[in-house]
Write a protein that binds this ligand. Structure first.
Ligand SMILES: Cc1cc2nc3c(=O)[nH]c(=O)nc-3n(C[C@H](O)[C@H](O)[C@H](O)COP(=O)(O)OP(=O)(O)OC[C@H]3O[C@@H](n4cnc5c(N)ncnc54)[C@H](O)[C@@H]3O)c2cc1C
Length: 457
């Protein structure tokens, strides 16, 4: 496909007429939008901030006719380069559409525009006694549209599922300007193909999401967290197995390997004894009367731990979760640059997979930082290095590549959370036939390929 290689004066006039103040061609602005949290960059002709679905339709009809590439963007926290303009084009930011349209405490449904900040939406829900569970760690900085487009997961996925499980419907503007109104406000709907679910995780390749209809739950009355220390990751994960075997479904379970414990030791105060080399961090939630019983039940399953501490309620729990939040910043003691992984393996393979990843890193002269959502088998496998040292860079990239091979050997996925974006070689995971069909489906939505080219799959 030959795409427009620049914006003509006629193109600029069209955009100004269609969007008024909601367009900017200045290099200082377009440069900001040329990257995302992956730190990769590309060329941006203009940034647009449509204010409503009709403006999005107008732009998409025009872009399709003129073969101008459109890169949808929420809040730009993609770690897989999902927003990076791999082909020069226009960034369509959803930040001009950031209204919460409705939170219904009778339907247990909310309707929002795509640019709404995830944490803001969650806190507005909680003020009304309802709960929107998907909670990516980046939630204070992300948009709901971005979360749906990446099917974001989070800490609570082990109990409550991922974003896909909460999308009841959506409005989608197609290249060419057509509008699909998928799903609705019912919690059940089995008429036709489930196109709504199809949009979750589509990484901006099928259309622009302009309205989301989301499922809500009653807000749990209370929560508590337990941090438990073990001599090794092996002991920690055996202990986690006992928790599930006892019929306890925690809201969240995070693990940290020995390298992470070293990092926490080096970068701040820690309350656990020197013998602790691995941690599990649990959260449970429920009603005020039964929560202490649940915490006691959980504690009984963790009797192999060397050390334990508990926090009840947000303020006390925050102190425990602060250790988990310290990992990313602290990891820079191992090098100023990072390649991150967010792979997932079947839960029973978690220990074997982490140990295999560590071995691969060790064989390349690297240390593997492994932590993440143990209850989902989702591993953040990070490697730090010094990009100014060519040998270190080469060994790190080699390790990263070999980790993806190992994930596939474990029957896992090279991305449990962040998506393919423009960085992951998804063809290594997808079968030829299913990959080809995904591309055919993409063509049905976007025959000219103007939407987020070279992304996803
Ligand atoms: C520190 C940090 C922690 C993170 N933790 C997690 C985590 O715990 N779990 C997790 O899943 N992810 C995590 N992420 C990754 C990222 O935050 C998520 O992928 C998030 O869902 C992206 O939201 P966003 O609004 O920033 O979307 P963006 O990054 O702006 O966009 C993401 C993708 O969605 C597309 N898109 C955005 N909006 C629309 C729309 N309205 N219509 C069509 N396409 C659209 C974009 O083209 C892009 O492909 C983390 C990132 C960082 C930096």
């Amino acid at each position: 496909m030959s795409y427009a290689t620049e914006l003509t004066e006629a193109h600029k006039t069209f955009l100004k007429d269609a969007l008024g103040e909601g367009v900017n061609f200045e290099p200082e602005v377009t440069q900001i939008y040329s990257s995302d949290a992956s730190l990769r960059t590309g060329k941006v002709f203009a940034v647009i901030w449509p204010a409503n679905t009709e403006q999005v339709r107008k732009v998409m009809a025009w872009a399709d006719a003129e073969c101008v590439v459109i890169h949808p963007r929420g809040r730009g926290t993609s770690l897989s380069g999902g927003c990076v303009p791999t082909v020069p084009g226009i960034v369509l930011s959803t930040l001009g559409m950031d209204r919460i349209l409705d939170i219904s405490i009778t339907d247990f449904v909310a309707e929002v525009e795509p640019g709404v900040c995830t944490a803001t939406f969650q806190s507005e829900c909680e003020k009304l006694g309802v709960f929107y569970p998907p909670d990516p760690a980046s939630g204070k900085a992300t948009s709901i549209g971005g979360n749906v487009s990446t099917c974001a997961g989070g800490l609570k996925a082990v109990k409550y599922g991922v974003t896909r499980d909460y999308v009841l419907g959506c409005d989608v503007v197609l290249p060419g300007g057509g509008l699909l109104k998928l799903g609705g406000r019912t919690h059940k709907d089995v008429i036709g193909l489930d196109m709504t679910r199809f949009m979750a995780g589509s990484e901006g390749t099928l259309g622009i999401l302009t309205r989301l209809i989301l499922k809500l739950l009653p807000k749990p009355e209370s929560s508590a967290s337990v941090l438990a220390g073990y001599p090794s990751l092996d002991a920690a994960l055996i202990s986690m197995g006992k928790v599930f075997a006892a019929g306890i479904l925690p809201t969240a379970v995070e693990f940290m390997n020995e390298t992470v414990l070293d990092i926490l030791r080096q970068t701040g105060e820690i309350p656990w004894p020197e013998t602790v080399n691995s941690l599990l961090l649990f959260q449970v939630d429920g009603c005020k009367e039964t929560l202490p019983l649940e915490v006691a039940r959980l504690g009984r399953q963790l009797d192999d731990s060397l050390w334990q501490t508990q926090g009840v309620g947000a303020a006390e729990e925050n102190k425990l979760w602060a250790y988990r939040r310290r990992i990313s910043a602290g990891s820079y003691v191992l090098g100023p640059d990072r390649i991150g992984g967010d792979m997932a393996v079947p839960r029973g393979q978690l220990l074997a997979a982490v140990r295999r990843f560590e071995e691969i890193a060790h064989n390349n002269g690297k240390r593997l930082i492994a932590f993440g959502h143990a209850g989902d088998g989702n591993i953040h496998a990070n490697l730090h290095y010094d990009a100014s040292d060519p040998d270190d860079k080469r060994r790190t990239e080699k390790t990263h590549h070999e980790l993806d091979d190992a994930v596939l050997e474990f029957g896992g996925s090279i991305s449990g959370e962040h998506g393919g974006g423009c960085l992951k070689d998804v063809g290594r995971q997808l079968g030829e036939a299913e990959h080809a069909m995904m591309r055919q489906i993409r063509k049905v939505f976007d025959p000219k390929g103007i939407l987020n080219p070279n992304k996803g799959y």
